[in-house]
Write a protein that binds this ligand. Structure first.
Ligand code: ADP
Ligand code: MG
Length: 600
Protein backbone atom coordinates (compact mmCIF):
# COMPACT_ATOMS: atom_id res chain seq x y z
CA UNK A 1 0.00 0.00 0.00
CA UNK A 2 1.03 3.51 -0.70
CA UNK A 3 4.19 2.67 -2.61
CA UNK A 4 4.83 5.27 -5.23
CA UNK A 5 6.69 4.12 -8.30
CA UNK A 6 8.54 6.51 -10.46
CA UNK A 7 7.77 5.40 -13.97
CA UNK A 8 10.75 4.45 -16.00
CA UNK A 9 11.60 6.61 -19.00
CA UNK A 10 10.41 3.73 -21.18
CA UNK A 11 7.01 3.51 -19.52
CA UNK A 12 6.57 7.26 -19.47
CA UNK A 13 7.30 7.38 -23.18
CA UNK A 14 4.77 4.67 -23.87
CA UNK A 15 2.13 6.65 -22.03
CA UNK A 16 3.01 9.83 -23.89
CA UNK A 17 2.83 7.82 -27.10
CA UNK A 18 -0.78 7.06 -26.24
CA UNK A 19 -1.53 10.75 -26.47
CA UNK A 20 0.67 11.87 -29.32
CA UNK A 21 0.71 8.78 -31.52
CA UNK A 22 -2.83 7.62 -32.13
CA UNK A 23 -2.26 6.16 -35.55
CA UNK A 24 0.16 6.28 -38.47
CA UNK A 25 -1.25 9.63 -39.60
CA UNK A 26 -0.24 11.21 -36.30
CA UNK A 27 3.33 10.00 -36.81
CA UNK A 28 3.33 11.49 -40.29
CA UNK A 29 2.03 14.77 -38.89
CA UNK A 30 4.66 15.01 -36.15
CA UNK A 31 7.50 14.14 -38.52
CA UNK A 32 6.45 16.57 -41.25
CA UNK A 33 6.07 19.29 -38.62
CA UNK A 34 9.58 18.58 -37.36
CA UNK A 35 10.88 18.89 -40.91
CA UNK A 36 9.07 22.20 -41.34
CA UNK A 37 10.46 23.48 -38.05
CA UNK A 38 13.91 22.44 -39.29
CA UNK A 39 13.53 24.83 -42.23
CA UNK A 40 13.30 22.14 -44.91
CA UNK A 41 11.95 23.13 -48.30
CA UNK A 42 11.74 19.60 -49.68
CA UNK A 43 10.00 16.87 -47.71
CA UNK A 44 9.36 13.35 -48.96
CA UNK A 45 6.99 11.05 -47.13
CA UNK A 46 6.81 7.34 -47.92
CA UNK A 47 4.31 4.99 -46.37
CA UNK A 48 3.70 1.28 -46.79
CA UNK A 49 0.54 -0.55 -45.73
CA UNK A 50 -1.16 2.62 -44.60
CA UNK A 51 1.94 3.48 -42.58
CA UNK A 52 1.60 0.38 -40.44
CA UNK A 53 4.68 -1.35 -41.76
CA UNK A 54 6.71 1.73 -42.71
CA UNK A 55 6.68 5.51 -42.45
CA UNK A 56 9.65 7.39 -43.80
CA UNK A 57 10.07 11.15 -43.75
CA UNK A 58 13.10 12.71 -45.39
CA UNK A 59 13.91 16.39 -45.36
CA UNK A 60 16.65 18.80 -46.37
CA UNK A 61 16.42 20.88 -43.21
CA UNK A 62 19.14 21.92 -40.80
CA UNK A 63 19.71 18.39 -39.50
CA UNK A 64 21.26 17.52 -36.15
CA UNK A 65 24.77 16.98 -34.98
CA UNK A 66 25.68 13.83 -33.10
CA UNK A 67 24.95 15.26 -29.64
CA UNK A 68 21.47 16.47 -30.68
CA UNK A 69 20.70 13.25 -32.50
CA UNK A 70 21.23 11.41 -29.25
CA UNK A 71 19.53 14.00 -27.09
CA UNK A 72 16.38 14.42 -29.15
CA UNK A 73 15.16 10.97 -28.14
CA UNK A 74 14.98 11.82 -24.48
CA UNK A 75 11.60 12.85 -23.21
CA UNK A 76 10.98 16.61 -23.22
CA UNK A 77 14.06 17.18 -25.29
CA UNK A 78 13.35 20.11 -27.53
CA UNK A 79 15.38 22.82 -29.14
CA UNK A 80 12.31 24.96 -29.53
CA UNK A 81 11.65 26.27 -26.05
CA UNK A 82 13.72 26.42 -22.94
CA UNK A 83 11.27 27.75 -20.36
CA UNK A 84 7.53 27.43 -19.85
CA UNK A 85 7.02 31.12 -20.68
CA UNK A 86 8.38 30.49 -24.17
CA UNK A 87 5.18 28.63 -25.08
CA UNK A 88 3.50 32.02 -24.95
CA UNK A 89 5.32 33.20 -27.99
CA UNK A 90 5.78 29.94 -29.79
CA UNK A 91 6.45 30.26 -33.50
CA UNK A 92 7.39 26.66 -34.25
CA UNK A 93 4.96 23.77 -34.70
CA UNK A 94 6.62 21.60 -32.06
CA UNK A 95 7.55 22.51 -28.52
CA UNK A 96 6.74 19.55 -26.29
CA UNK A 97 9.76 17.47 -27.12
CA UNK A 98 7.56 14.42 -26.94
CA UNK A 99 7.04 13.27 -30.48
CA UNK A 100 10.31 11.53 -31.26
CA UNK A 101 10.64 9.59 -27.96
CA UNK A 102 6.94 8.68 -28.10
CA UNK A 103 7.19 7.36 -31.64
CA UNK A 104 10.43 5.54 -30.89
CA UNK A 105 8.78 3.91 -27.85
CA UNK A 106 6.22 2.10 -29.96
CA UNK A 107 8.10 1.22 -33.14
CA UNK A 108 11.39 0.20 -34.69
CA UNK A 109 12.85 3.61 -35.17
CA UNK A 110 15.81 4.88 -37.16
CA UNK A 111 17.03 8.46 -37.23
CA UNK A 112 19.67 9.45 -39.74
CA UNK A 113 20.70 13.08 -39.63
CA UNK A 114 23.48 15.41 -40.67
CA UNK A 115 24.03 19.15 -40.46
CA UNK A 116 25.70 20.96 -43.32
CA UNK A 117 28.79 21.48 -41.21
CA UNK A 118 29.36 17.77 -40.66
CA UNK A 119 30.93 15.32 -43.04
CA UNK A 120 29.22 12.21 -41.78
CA UNK A 121 25.73 11.64 -40.56
CA UNK A 122 24.64 10.11 -37.27
CA UNK A 123 22.35 7.12 -37.29
CA UNK A 124 20.45 6.12 -34.15
CA UNK A 125 18.55 2.85 -33.98
CA UNK A 126 15.86 2.44 -31.34
CA UNK A 127 13.58 -0.56 -30.88
CA UNK A 128 10.53 -0.16 -28.68
CA UNK A 129 12.18 2.73 -26.87
CA UNK A 130 15.52 0.94 -26.33
CA UNK A 131 18.53 2.43 -27.98
CA UNK A 132 20.20 -0.34 -29.99
CA UNK A 133 22.96 1.37 -31.90
CA UNK A 134 24.54 4.67 -32.78
CA UNK A 135 26.70 4.75 -35.86
CA UNK A 136 28.27 7.14 -38.31
CA UNK A 137 27.05 6.80 -41.87
CA UNK A 138 27.23 8.59 -45.17
CA UNK A 139 24.02 10.45 -45.88
CA UNK A 140 22.59 13.66 -47.35
CA UNK A 141 22.44 16.74 -45.18
CA UNK A 142 19.08 16.93 -43.46
CA UNK A 143 17.10 14.33 -41.58
CA UNK A 144 15.57 10.98 -42.39
CA UNK A 145 13.27 9.30 -39.90
CA UNK A 146 12.11 5.74 -40.51
CA UNK A 147 9.39 4.19 -38.41
CA UNK A 148 8.70 0.49 -38.96
CA UNK A 149 6.17 -1.83 -37.37
CA UNK A 150 4.27 0.84 -35.51
CA UNK A 151 2.77 -0.47 -32.24
CA UNK A 152 4.60 -3.81 -32.57
CA UNK A 153 5.09 -3.81 -28.79
CA UNK A 154 1.66 -2.45 -27.87
CA UNK A 155 -0.73 -5.04 -29.35
CA UNK A 156 -3.76 -3.45 -27.72
CA UNK A 157 -3.16 -0.26 -29.70
CA UNK A 158 -2.33 -2.11 -32.84
CA UNK A 159 -5.67 -3.85 -32.71
CA UNK A 160 -7.46 -0.53 -32.97
CA UNK A 161 -5.84 0.42 -36.24
CA UNK A 162 -8.17 0.44 -39.23
CA UNK A 163 -7.52 -1.17 -42.59
CA UNK A 164 -4.43 -0.14 -44.57
CA UNK A 165 -6.68 1.82 -46.91
CA UNK A 166 -8.36 3.68 -44.08
CA UNK A 167 -5.06 4.49 -42.37
CA UNK A 168 -3.65 5.66 -45.69
CA UNK A 169 -6.66 7.87 -46.13
CA UNK A 170 -5.96 9.60 -42.83
CA UNK A 171 -2.34 10.09 -43.92
CA UNK A 172 -3.47 11.56 -47.23
CA UNK A 173 -5.67 13.94 -45.26
CA UNK A 174 -2.91 15.21 -42.97
CA UNK A 175 -0.43 15.38 -45.84
CA UNK A 176 -2.86 17.49 -47.87
CA UNK A 177 -3.55 19.80 -44.95
CA UNK A 178 0.14 20.41 -44.29
CA UNK A 179 0.77 20.92 -48.00
CA UNK A 180 -2.03 23.48 -48.04
CA UNK A 181 -0.54 25.30 -45.09
CA UNK A 182 2.94 25.47 -46.62
CA UNK A 183 2.78 26.45 -50.28
CA UNK A 184 6.46 27.39 -50.29
CA UNK A 185 7.56 23.84 -49.49
CA UNK A 186 7.91 21.05 -51.99
CA UNK A 187 6.22 17.89 -50.74
CA UNK A 188 5.96 14.37 -52.12
CA UNK A 189 4.05 11.34 -50.94
CA UNK A 190 4.98 7.78 -51.89
CA UNK A 191 2.56 4.99 -51.24
CA UNK A 192 3.80 1.42 -51.33
CA UNK A 193 6.69 2.53 -53.52
CA UNK A 194 4.65 4.56 -55.98
CA UNK A 195 4.31 8.32 -56.20
CA UNK A 196 0.88 9.34 -54.96
CA UNK A 197 1.55 13.08 -54.93
CA UNK A 198 4.40 15.42 -55.79
CA UNK A 199 3.85 19.10 -55.25
CA UNK A 200 6.57 21.49 -56.42
CA UNK A 201 7.22 24.75 -54.57
CA UNK A 202 4.51 27.38 -55.15
CA UNK A 203 4.65 31.14 -55.07
CA UNK A 204 1.27 31.50 -53.47
CA UNK A 205 -1.64 29.72 -51.88
CA UNK A 206 -3.82 29.68 -54.99
CA UNK A 207 -1.15 27.78 -56.89
CA UNK A 208 -1.01 25.22 -54.11
CA UNK A 209 -4.79 24.94 -54.06
CA UNK A 210 -4.66 24.20 -57.80
CA UNK A 211 -2.16 21.42 -57.13
CA UNK A 212 -4.28 19.90 -54.40
CA UNK A 213 -7.83 20.31 -55.63
CA UNK A 214 -9.53 19.57 -58.93
CA UNK A 215 -10.16 22.48 -61.29
CA UNK A 216 -13.83 22.88 -60.40
CA UNK A 217 -12.87 23.55 -56.78
CA UNK A 218 -10.17 26.10 -57.54
CA UNK A 219 -12.39 27.91 -60.05
CA UNK A 220 -15.11 28.56 -57.54
CA UNK A 221 -13.21 30.45 -54.89
CA UNK A 222 -13.18 34.04 -53.72
CA UNK A 223 -10.08 35.62 -52.20
CA UNK A 224 -10.18 37.13 -48.77
CA UNK A 225 -7.57 39.33 -47.17
CA UNK A 226 -7.45 41.60 -44.17
CA UNK A 227 -4.22 42.98 -42.75
CA UNK A 228 -4.07 44.80 -39.47
CA UNK A 229 -1.25 45.51 -37.08
CA UNK A 230 -2.26 42.83 -34.59
CA UNK A 231 -3.53 40.20 -36.95
CA UNK A 232 -4.16 39.22 -40.51
CA UNK A 233 -6.73 36.97 -42.06
CA UNK A 234 -6.26 35.64 -45.56
CA UNK A 235 -7.18 32.78 -47.80
CA UNK A 236 -10.01 31.65 -50.02
CA UNK A 237 -13.64 30.83 -49.50
CA UNK A 238 -15.93 28.88 -51.81
CA UNK A 239 -18.62 30.49 -53.86
CA UNK A 240 -22.09 29.21 -52.99
CA UNK A 241 -21.78 26.57 -55.69
CA UNK A 242 -18.64 25.18 -54.09
CA UNK A 243 -20.29 23.54 -51.12
CA UNK A 244 -20.21 20.13 -49.51
CA UNK A 245 -22.51 17.92 -47.51
CA UNK A 246 -20.28 18.40 -44.46
CA UNK A 247 -17.35 20.46 -43.26
CA UNK A 248 -14.60 18.36 -44.85
CA UNK A 249 -13.79 21.30 -47.14
CA UNK A 250 -13.04 23.75 -44.32
CA UNK A 251 -9.38 24.20 -43.41
CA UNK A 252 -8.15 26.63 -40.80
CA UNK A 253 -4.64 27.58 -39.87
CA UNK A 254 -3.74 29.74 -36.94
CA UNK A 255 -0.19 31.00 -37.14
CA UNK A 256 0.41 28.36 -39.83
CA UNK A 257 -0.69 25.58 -37.50
CA UNK A 258 -3.55 23.48 -38.90
CA UNK A 259 -6.32 23.45 -36.35
CA UNK A 260 -9.86 22.27 -35.87
CA UNK A 261 -12.17 24.87 -34.49
CA UNK A 262 -15.87 24.51 -33.93
CA UNK A 263 -16.02 28.27 -33.36
CA UNK A 264 -14.59 29.01 -36.80
CA UNK A 265 -16.79 26.31 -38.39
CA UNK A 266 -19.85 27.99 -37.08
CA UNK A 267 -18.56 31.47 -37.93
CA UNK A 268 -18.40 30.33 -41.55
CA UNK A 269 -21.88 28.89 -41.42
CA UNK A 270 -23.15 32.15 -39.98
CA UNK A 271 -21.55 34.15 -42.75
CA UNK A 272 -23.17 32.03 -45.45
CA UNK A 273 -26.36 31.14 -43.69
CA UNK A 274 -28.75 33.26 -45.71
CA UNK A 275 -28.09 31.60 -48.99
CA UNK A 276 -26.90 28.05 -48.62
CA UNK A 277 -29.34 25.16 -48.80
CA UNK A 278 -29.85 23.30 -45.57
CA UNK A 279 -27.16 20.87 -44.58
CA UNK A 280 -24.69 22.27 -47.09
CA UNK A 281 -21.40 23.70 -45.92
CA UNK A 282 -19.07 26.14 -47.59
CA UNK A 283 -15.47 25.27 -48.35
CA UNK A 284 -12.74 27.55 -47.08
CA UNK A 285 -9.00 27.73 -46.62
CA UNK A 286 -8.32 30.41 -44.05
CA UNK A 287 -5.15 31.59 -42.38
CA UNK A 288 -5.42 33.61 -39.26
CA UNK A 289 -2.15 35.09 -38.12
CA UNK A 290 -2.23 36.58 -34.68
CA UNK A 291 0.31 37.83 -32.24
CA UNK A 292 1.39 34.45 -30.70
CA UNK A 293 0.48 35.51 -27.18
CA UNK A 294 -3.18 35.61 -28.24
CA UNK A 295 -3.13 31.88 -28.86
CA UNK A 296 -2.77 29.03 -26.41
CA UNK A 297 -1.38 26.11 -28.36
CA UNK A 298 -0.78 23.94 -25.34
CA UNK A 299 -4.28 22.51 -24.91
CA UNK A 300 -4.15 19.31 -26.93
CA UNK A 301 -1.37 16.69 -26.95
CA UNK A 302 -1.56 16.39 -30.72
CA UNK A 303 -1.89 20.19 -30.96
CA UNK A 304 -5.02 19.83 -33.06
CA UNK A 305 -6.86 22.45 -31.12
CA UNK A 306 -5.78 25.82 -29.89
CA UNK A 307 -7.44 28.27 -27.62
CA UNK A 308 -7.73 31.80 -28.91
CA UNK A 309 -7.99 34.55 -26.39
CA UNK A 310 -10.74 36.96 -27.41
CA UNK A 311 -12.09 34.22 -29.66
CA UNK A 312 -15.36 36.09 -30.01
CA UNK A 313 -13.59 39.01 -31.58
CA UNK A 314 -11.84 36.84 -34.15
CA UNK A 315 -14.90 34.83 -35.10
CA UNK A 316 -16.65 38.17 -35.59
CA UNK A 317 -13.84 39.22 -37.92
CA UNK A 318 -14.19 35.97 -39.86
CA UNK A 319 -17.93 36.44 -40.31
CA UNK A 320 -17.49 39.98 -41.51
CA UNK A 321 -14.55 39.23 -43.78
CA UNK A 322 -16.34 36.30 -45.39
CA UNK A 323 -19.43 38.38 -46.04
CA UNK A 324 -17.27 41.03 -47.59
CA UNK A 325 -15.45 38.55 -49.76
CA UNK A 326 -18.80 37.26 -50.97
CA UNK A 327 -19.97 40.74 -51.78
CA UNK A 328 -16.73 41.65 -53.48
CA UNK A 329 -17.18 38.48 -55.51
CA UNK A 330 -20.33 39.93 -57.00
CA UNK A 331 -22.83 38.26 -54.80
CA UNK A 332 -23.73 41.45 -53.11
CA UNK A 333 -22.52 44.32 -55.27
CA UNK A 334 -23.58 47.23 -53.08
CA UNK A 335 -21.54 46.33 -50.06
CA UNK A 336 -18.40 46.04 -52.11
CA UNK A 337 -17.80 49.77 -52.10
CA UNK A 338 -18.32 50.11 -48.38
CA UNK A 339 -15.08 50.83 -46.56
CA UNK A 340 -13.88 48.23 -44.11
CA UNK A 341 -13.54 49.37 -40.55
CA UNK A 342 -11.67 47.14 -38.21
CA UNK A 343 -10.67 47.88 -34.69
CA UNK A 344 -7.85 46.28 -32.77
CA UNK A 345 -8.23 43.05 -30.76
CA UNK A 346 -8.42 45.13 -27.58
CA UNK A 347 -11.79 46.25 -28.74
CA UNK A 348 -13.96 43.29 -27.99
CA UNK A 349 -17.01 44.57 -29.74
CA UNK A 350 -17.52 42.71 -32.98
CA UNK A 351 -17.03 45.42 -35.53
CA UNK A 352 -19.29 45.95 -38.49
CA UNK A 353 -22.21 43.85 -37.39
CA UNK A 354 -24.25 42.19 -40.07
CA UNK A 355 -26.94 44.87 -39.94
CA UNK A 356 -25.20 47.09 -42.44
CA UNK A 357 -25.33 44.37 -45.08
CA UNK A 358 -28.75 43.59 -46.41
CA UNK A 359 -28.93 39.87 -46.58
CA UNK A 360 -32.17 39.76 -48.40
CA UNK A 361 -30.36 41.24 -51.33
CA UNK A 362 -27.55 38.81 -50.88
CA UNK A 363 -30.04 36.01 -50.84
CA UNK A 364 -31.66 37.26 -54.00
CA UNK A 365 -28.33 37.38 -55.74
CA UNK A 366 -27.46 33.95 -54.43
CA UNK A 367 -30.69 32.52 -55.76
CA UNK A 368 -29.30 33.10 -59.22
CA UNK A 369 -26.32 30.90 -58.51
CA UNK A 370 -26.52 27.30 -59.35
CA UNK A 371 -26.22 25.48 -56.08
CA UNK A 372 -25.19 21.89 -55.98
CA UNK A 373 -27.89 21.17 -53.46
CA UNK A 374 -30.25 18.26 -53.83
CA UNK A 375 -33.08 20.66 -54.46
CA UNK A 376 -31.86 21.29 -57.98
CA UNK A 377 -32.28 17.69 -59.05
CA UNK A 378 -34.88 17.49 -61.72
CA UNK A 379 -35.21 13.80 -61.23
CA UNK A 380 -38.54 12.33 -60.31
CA UNK A 381 -38.01 9.10 -58.39
CA UNK A 382 -41.57 7.95 -58.35
CA UNK A 383 -42.57 8.68 -61.90
CA UNK A 384 -39.52 6.85 -63.09
CA UNK A 385 -40.76 3.75 -61.36
CA UNK A 386 -43.76 3.99 -63.66
CA UNK A 387 -46.98 4.21 -61.70
CA UNK A 388 -50.14 3.69 -63.71
CA UNK A 389 -52.05 6.92 -64.15
CA UNK A 390 -54.93 6.73 -61.71
CA UNK A 391 -58.43 8.11 -61.80
CA UNK A 392 -58.77 11.80 -61.05
CA UNK A 393 -58.43 12.81 -57.42
CA UNK A 394 -61.58 13.24 -55.44
CA UNK A 395 -63.39 10.33 -54.02
CA UNK A 396 -60.59 8.11 -55.11
CA UNK A 397 -60.53 4.55 -53.92
CA UNK A 398 -57.18 2.92 -54.20
CA UNK A 399 -58.01 -0.55 -55.50
CA UNK A 400 -54.44 -1.56 -56.21
CA UNK A 401 -53.33 -0.90 -52.70
CA UNK A 402 -56.42 -2.29 -51.03
CA UNK A 403 -56.41 -5.50 -52.98
CA UNK A 404 -52.76 -6.10 -52.39
CA UNK A 405 -51.91 -8.91 -50.09
CA UNK A 406 -49.23 -6.73 -48.60
CA UNK A 407 -51.60 -4.01 -47.52
CA UNK A 408 -49.92 -4.05 -44.15
CA UNK A 409 -51.36 -0.70 -43.23
CA UNK A 410 -54.94 -1.81 -44.01
CA UNK A 411 -55.53 1.27 -46.11
CA UNK A 412 -58.98 1.70 -47.59
CA UNK A 413 -58.55 5.10 -49.19
CA UNK A 414 -55.84 7.66 -49.73
CA UNK A 415 -57.32 10.96 -48.70
CA UNK A 416 -54.56 13.12 -50.07
CA UNK A 417 -51.39 15.06 -49.33
CA UNK A 418 -51.34 17.41 -46.37
CA UNK A 419 -48.92 20.27 -45.69
CA UNK A 420 -47.17 19.25 -48.90
CA UNK A 421 -45.22 16.70 -46.89
CA UNK A 422 -47.47 14.01 -45.46
CA UNK A 423 -49.81 11.50 -47.02
CA UNK A 424 -53.08 11.05 -45.24
CA UNK A 425 -54.89 7.74 -45.64
CA UNK A 426 -58.00 6.18 -44.19
CA UNK A 427 -57.44 2.70 -42.83
CA UNK A 428 -59.89 -0.06 -41.95
CA UNK A 429 -59.74 1.08 -38.40
CA UNK A 430 -58.65 4.71 -38.37
CA UNK A 431 -56.12 6.98 -40.04
CA UNK A 432 -52.58 6.71 -41.32
CA UNK A 433 -50.18 9.63 -41.77
CA UNK A 434 -47.02 8.99 -43.80
CA UNK A 435 -43.93 11.21 -44.03
CA UNK A 436 -43.18 11.15 -47.76
CA UNK A 437 -39.49 11.95 -47.36
CA UNK A 438 -38.79 9.52 -44.53
CA UNK A 439 -40.76 6.80 -46.32
CA UNK A 440 -38.85 7.26 -49.55
CA UNK A 441 -35.56 7.25 -47.70
CA UNK A 442 -36.44 3.91 -46.12
CA UNK A 443 -37.47 2.46 -49.47
CA UNK A 444 -34.27 3.52 -51.24
CA UNK A 445 -32.15 2.44 -48.29
CA UNK A 446 -33.43 -1.10 -48.38
CA UNK A 447 -33.39 -1.26 -52.17
CA UNK A 448 -29.74 -0.19 -52.20
CA UNK A 449 -28.87 -2.72 -49.50
CA UNK A 450 -30.57 -5.43 -51.54
CA UNK A 451 -28.56 -4.49 -54.60
CA UNK A 452 -25.33 -5.08 -52.65
CA UNK A 453 -26.36 -8.73 -52.44
CA UNK A 454 -26.95 -9.10 -56.15
CA UNK A 455 -24.10 -10.32 -58.29
CA UNK A 456 -24.46 -8.16 -61.36
CA UNK A 457 -24.63 -4.42 -61.48
CA UNK A 458 -27.56 -2.99 -63.32
CA UNK A 459 -26.61 0.58 -64.04
CA UNK A 460 -27.95 2.71 -66.82
CA UNK A 461 -25.35 3.86 -69.31
CA UNK A 462 -24.74 7.60 -69.45
CA UNK A 463 -22.45 9.74 -71.56
CA UNK A 464 -19.16 9.32 -69.68
CA UNK A 465 -18.29 12.16 -67.35
CA UNK A 466 -14.88 12.85 -65.83
CA UNK A 467 -14.55 13.01 -62.10
CA UNK A 468 -11.37 14.66 -60.79
CA UNK A 469 -10.65 14.07 -57.12
CA UNK A 470 -8.31 15.20 -54.40
CA UNK A 471 -5.73 12.83 -52.95
CA UNK A 472 -7.98 12.02 -50.02
CA UNK A 473 -11.21 11.78 -52.01
CA UNK A 474 -9.36 9.46 -54.31
CA UNK A 475 -8.34 7.14 -51.54
CA UNK A 476 -11.92 7.01 -50.28
CA UNK A 477 -13.04 6.23 -53.82
CA UNK A 478 -10.63 3.30 -53.97
CA UNK A 479 -12.17 1.97 -50.77
CA UNK A 480 -15.79 2.20 -51.82
CA UNK A 481 -15.43 1.63 -55.57
CA UNK A 482 -16.55 -2.00 -55.41
CA UNK A 483 -19.66 -1.05 -53.47
CA UNK A 484 -20.56 1.76 -55.83
CA UNK A 485 -20.14 -0.64 -58.75
CA UNK A 486 -22.36 -3.18 -57.06
CA UNK A 487 -25.25 -0.79 -56.87
CA UNK A 488 -24.90 0.12 -60.52
CA UNK A 489 -22.30 2.85 -60.91
CA UNK A 490 -19.89 2.35 -63.77
CA UNK A 491 -16.63 3.96 -62.62
CA UNK A 492 -13.24 3.58 -64.29
CA UNK A 493 -9.87 4.67 -62.98
CA UNK A 494 -8.14 7.01 -65.42
CA UNK A 495 -5.12 7.44 -63.12
CA UNK A 496 -3.89 10.68 -61.57
CA UNK A 497 -6.84 10.88 -59.16
CA UNK A 498 -9.24 11.04 -62.10
CA UNK A 499 -12.13 8.71 -62.89
CA UNK A 500 -14.68 8.33 -65.61
CA UNK A 501 -18.30 7.63 -64.74
CA UNK A 502 -20.28 5.88 -67.48
CA UNK A 503 -23.21 4.28 -65.68
CA UNK A 504 -25.48 5.19 -62.79
CA UNK A 505 -27.87 3.07 -60.71
CA UNK A 506 -31.48 2.82 -61.81
CA UNK A 507 -32.56 5.05 -58.94
CA UNK A 508 -30.01 7.78 -59.58
CA UNK A 509 -30.57 11.08 -61.33
CA UNK A 510 -28.63 11.17 -64.58
CA UNK A 511 -27.69 14.82 -64.58
CA UNK A 512 -26.07 14.66 -61.18
CA UNK A 513 -24.06 11.47 -61.20
CA UNK A 514 -20.86 13.24 -60.21
CA UNK A 515 -22.33 15.32 -57.42
CA UNK A 516 -23.95 12.27 -55.84
CA UNK A 517 -20.64 10.42 -55.87
CA UNK A 518 -18.74 13.38 -54.42
CA UNK A 519 -21.29 13.82 -51.66
CA UNK A 520 -20.87 10.16 -50.82
CA UNK A 521 -17.08 10.45 -50.74
CA UNK A 522 -17.26 13.47 -48.44
CA UNK A 523 -19.60 11.65 -46.12
CA UNK A 524 -17.22 8.73 -45.94
CA UNK A 525 -14.29 11.09 -45.44
CA UNK A 526 -15.90 12.48 -42.31
CA UNK A 527 -16.30 8.99 -40.88
CA UNK A 528 -14.31 8.53 -37.72
CA UNK A 529 -15.28 5.11 -36.50
CA UNK A 530 -14.05 1.85 -38.02
CA UNK A 531 -16.89 -0.17 -39.45
CA UNK A 532 -17.54 -3.78 -40.27
CA UNK A 533 -18.31 -4.56 -43.88
CA UNK A 534 -22.00 -4.81 -43.10
CA UNK A 535 -22.01 -1.53 -41.22
CA UNK A 536 -20.11 0.05 -44.05
CA UNK A 537 -22.72 -1.02 -46.58
CA UNK A 538 -25.49 0.18 -44.33
CA UNK A 539 -23.77 3.53 -43.96
CA UNK A 540 -23.27 3.83 -47.70
CA UNK A 541 -26.89 2.93 -48.39
CA UNK A 542 -28.07 5.48 -45.83
CA UNK A 543 -25.88 8.17 -47.35
CA UNK A 544 -27.07 7.51 -50.88
CA UNK A 545 -30.67 7.15 -49.83
CA UNK A 546 -30.59 10.36 -47.85
CA UNK A 547 -28.37 12.79 -49.64
CA UNK A 548 -29.42 12.83 -53.16
CA UNK A 549 -32.39 11.17 -54.57
CA UNK A 550 -35.25 11.26 -52.16
CA UNK A 551 -38.51 13.07 -52.51
CA UNK A 552 -38.17 16.16 -50.41
CA UNK A 553 -40.73 17.32 -47.94
CA UNK A 554 -42.82 19.93 -49.67
CA UNK A 555 -42.95 18.25 -53.05
CA UNK A 556 -46.40 17.87 -54.45
CA UNK A 557 -47.43 14.28 -55.17
CA UNK A 558 -50.42 13.07 -57.09
CA UNK A 559 -52.50 10.13 -55.95
CA UNK A 560 -50.84 7.42 -58.05
CA UNK A 561 -47.48 8.63 -56.75
CA UNK A 562 -48.70 8.45 -53.17
CA UNK A 563 -50.12 5.02 -53.78
CA UNK A 564 -46.92 3.82 -55.31
CA UNK A 565 -44.85 5.17 -52.44
CA UNK A 566 -46.95 3.50 -49.76
CA UNK A 567 -46.98 0.25 -51.70
CA UNK A 568 -43.21 0.23 -51.85
CA UNK A 569 -42.95 1.14 -48.19
CA UNK A 570 -45.27 -1.72 -47.29
CA UNK A 571 -42.93 -4.15 -49.00
CA UNK A 572 -39.95 -3.15 -46.86
CA UNK A 573 -38.50 -5.29 -44.11
CA UNK A 574 -38.70 -2.42 -41.68
CA UNK A 575 -41.21 0.12 -42.92
CA UNK A 576 -41.39 1.85 -39.55
CA UNK A 577 -38.48 4.24 -39.61
CA UNK A 578 -36.15 6.02 -42.01
CA UNK A 579 -32.49 4.86 -41.92
CA UNK A 580 -31.79 7.49 -39.26
CA UNK A 581 -34.52 6.18 -37.02
CA UNK A 582 -37.20 8.81 -37.61
CA UNK A 583 -40.69 7.35 -37.97
CA UNK A 584 -42.08 6.99 -41.47
CA UNK A 585 -45.74 6.86 -40.46
CA UNK A 586 -48.23 7.09 -37.63
CA UNK A 587 -51.42 5.09 -37.36
CA UNK A 588 -54.30 6.43 -35.35
CA UNK A 589 -57.06 3.93 -34.53
CA UNK A 590 -60.71 4.74 -34.30
CA UNK A 591 -60.35 4.10 -30.61
CA UNK A 592 -57.58 6.71 -30.30
CA UNK A 593 -59.68 9.24 -32.16
CA UNK A 594 -62.72 8.61 -30.03
CA UNK A 595 -60.65 9.03 -26.90
CA UNK A 596 -59.38 12.36 -28.14
CA UNK A 597 -62.93 13.56 -28.68
CA UNK A 598 -63.90 12.19 -25.31
CA UNK A 599 -66.49 9.96 -26.88
CA UNK A 600 -65.05 7.18 -24.79
P1 ADP B 1 9.49 19.07 -30.56
O1 ADP B 1 9.26 19.13 -32.01
O2 ADP B 1 8.26 19.31 -29.77
O3 ADP B 1 10.63 19.91 -30.11
P2 ADP B 1 10.26 16.35 -31.09
O4 ADP B 1 10.32 15.17 -30.22
O5 ADP B 1 9.35 16.29 -32.26
O6 ADP B 1 9.88 17.59 -30.17
O7 ADP B 1 11.70 16.68 -31.58
C1 ADP B 1 12.72 16.87 -30.62
C2 ADP B 1 13.86 17.73 -31.17
O8 ADP B 1 14.55 17.03 -32.18
C3 ADP B 1 13.40 19.01 -31.84
O9 ADP B 1 13.21 20.06 -30.91
C4 ADP B 1 14.53 19.29 -32.81
O10 ADP B 1 15.58 19.95 -32.16
C5 ADP B 1 15.03 17.90 -33.17
N1 ADP B 1 14.46 17.44 -34.46
C6 ADP B 1 13.41 16.61 -34.64
N2 ADP B 1 13.17 16.38 -35.94
C7 ADP B 1 14.09 17.10 -36.63
C8 ADP B 1 14.36 17.29 -38.03
N3 ADP B 1 13.61 16.71 -38.98
N4 ADP B 1 15.39 18.11 -38.36
C9 ADP B 1 16.15 18.68 -37.40
N5 ADP B 1 15.94 18.55 -36.08
C10 ADP B 1 14.92 17.77 -35.68
MG1 MG C 1 8.04 17.85 -33.05
Amino acid sequence: MGTINILSELTANKIAAGEVVERPASVVKELIENSLDAGADRITVSVNHGGKSLIRVKDNGIGMDRADAEACLARHATSKISAAEDIEGIATLGFRGEALPSIAAVSRFTLTTRTNAQETATRVLVTGGKKEALTEVVADAGTLVEVSDLFFNTPARKKFLKSDAAEYNAIAGIFTTLALGNPGISLALMRNGQTAADYPVCDNLLQRIRQLFPADFAQHLLPLEIKKTDFSLSGYIGTPENVRVNRTGQKFFINRRPIQSAALNSALSRAYEEFLPQRRFPVAVLFLDIEPSYVDVNVHPAKREVRIRTEHFFTGIVVKAVKQALSAGGLFPEAASRPVSMSSPDDLRVPGSSENLSFNRLKEAAAGWKTAGPDTFAFDPIKKAGPVPGPPPGDYINRALIEQKRNVFHITRIVGQVLGTYILAETENGLGLFDQHAAHERILYEEILESFDRKTSHGQKIIPETLALTLQENSVMERCLKDLEKIGYGINDLGGNTWSVDAVPAFAPEGNALQAIKDTLHELMAETRPRSREEHMQALAAILACKTYTIKAGRKLDLPEMEHLIERLAARKNPHTCPHGRPTFFLLTKNDIEKMFKRK
